[in-house]
Design a protein around this ligand. Structure first.
Ligand code: CP3
Length: 344
């Protein structure tokens, strides 16, 4: 049967008059219904591990806006937690984790094969979603890329320049490589289980890829993404993979070919015309409206949205933001973006 879901058609390379659309962090604090369900769950992590409520918040933006895809509600930091790290969220500040800076910290981590007991509620969320989603809506699974996940595990929190992770990478490469290896193995297992539970495509978020330069980018952004993609393709050859090496700049060029991903997600630091000529030539791209338009709205939102749709109109394209929508966004601006993409 011919594929009917717009997102999966774009990932298969089809050029569409109106691109499919979804939004990073589409289930989130800018929506009053999300804030209500999170309050019902108690806190963010309890929401992630409650399959009924996690499925509910995944569905909220689909009901409100009719996006072409739903993204599983979870977090990239559940993998460190499943490997045995402590994880908690400080309101208004972000995630906190126990740190990995020595061999003895690393030695307490569990083997990659032991993550599923902790993560089984996530697979249940996906199973619920396969039943509840409208038939035209694709279901996206995801994980963090090993480098990005490692930056949080090493520093114990988000850092502006990822300095603690770079310091370990340079100061104790054997330990750093072992950590990347453990996360890579766990990620392959985790994404395979997500696919078996119903994910129709998976996205690998490398939010901090841009801070890896030269050979380090090859070794720690490109190579883990290539390995994860190859392992998934071996088991699930028909499942497309989306890579997001955020802020990769010039290194977006050739990324799809080098890693085997079916689609490259672009942040908003690259011009759409440049990306169409240099990245989309190799296949589907996703992006790349700047998230701040969801706060400010108006004619600038309309103009930039039209520019992106036009720039990518000659190849396969998935319309998205260049990064996640922020809590201060106005839900009406999201509707304006969608109307502009769909209505011209
Ligand atoms: O709607 C979706 O996109 C699906 C769910 C999703 C979340 N996080 C939910 C979330 C996804 C795909 C992520 C990915 C994620 N998580 C990334 C990669 C993408 C990116 O943004 O660069 C990263 C780096 C994380 C780690 C993380 N989680 C941080 C740094 C924070 C704190 C910042 C913040 O926005 O509060 C989170 C929390 C988080 N993850 C929230 C949500 C909805 C907010 C939690 C809340 O409700 O208070």
């Amino acid at each position: 049967m011919a594929e009917t879901k717009k997102l999966l058609r774009a990932l298969a390379g089809e050029i569409q008059d109106v691109p499919p659309i979804w939004m990073m962090r589409q289930a989130g604090r800018y929506l009053p219904e999300y804030r209500a369900t999170r309050a019902q769950a108690g806190d963010f992590l309890s929401l992630c591990y409650n399959p009924d409520l996690a499925a509910e918040v995944t569905l909220q933006p689909i009901r409100r806006y009719g996006f072409d895809a739903a993204i599983l509600f979870a977090d990239i930091l559940l993998i460190p937690q499943a490997l045995g790290a402590d994880l908690w969220f400080v309101t208004g500040e972000g995630p906190r984790l126990s740190t990995i800076t020595s061999q003895s910290d690393f030695d307490v981590l569990k083997p990659a094969t032991d993550i599923h007991e902790t993560l089984s509620p996530i697979y249940e969320t996906l199973r619920i979603l396969t039943r509840e989603l409208p038939s035209e809506t694709a279901l996206i699974g995801f994980a963090g890329a090993p480098w990005t996940v490692a930056t949080y595990m090493i520093a114990g929190k988000g850092t502006p320049d990822q300095a603690p992770a770079h310091a370990l990478r340079e100061g104790n490469p054997a330990l750093f490589d072992a950590l990347i290896e453990r996360i890579t193995e766990a990620t392959i297992d985790y994404l395979s289980m997500q696919i078996e539970a119903g994910a129709e495509t998976v996205k690998i978020f490398d939010s901090w890829a841009g801070s890896l330069k030269g050979h380090a980018f090859q070794k720690y952004a490109l190579e883990p993404c290539r390995r994860i993609t190859a392992a998934l393709k071996e088991k699930h050859p028909d499942i497309p993979v989306i890579g997001f090496p955020r802020e990769a700049g010039e290194k977006y060029v050739g990324f799809a070919k080098a890693t085997g991903v079916d689609c490259v997600a672009l942040d908003n630091s690259v011009d759409p015309e440049w990306a169409a000529a240099n990245v989309q030539v190799d296949g589907c791209v996703q992006g790349n409206l700047k998230s701040s338009h969801m706060v400010t709205g108006g004619q600038a939102l309309i103009d930039d949205t039209r520019r992106i749709v036009k720039a990518f109109s000659k190849g396969p394209h998935i319309f998205n933001l260049g990064h996640g929508i922020t809590p201060d966004a106005d839900p009406e601006n999201v509707q304006l973006m969608i109307d502009t993409v769909r209505g011209g």
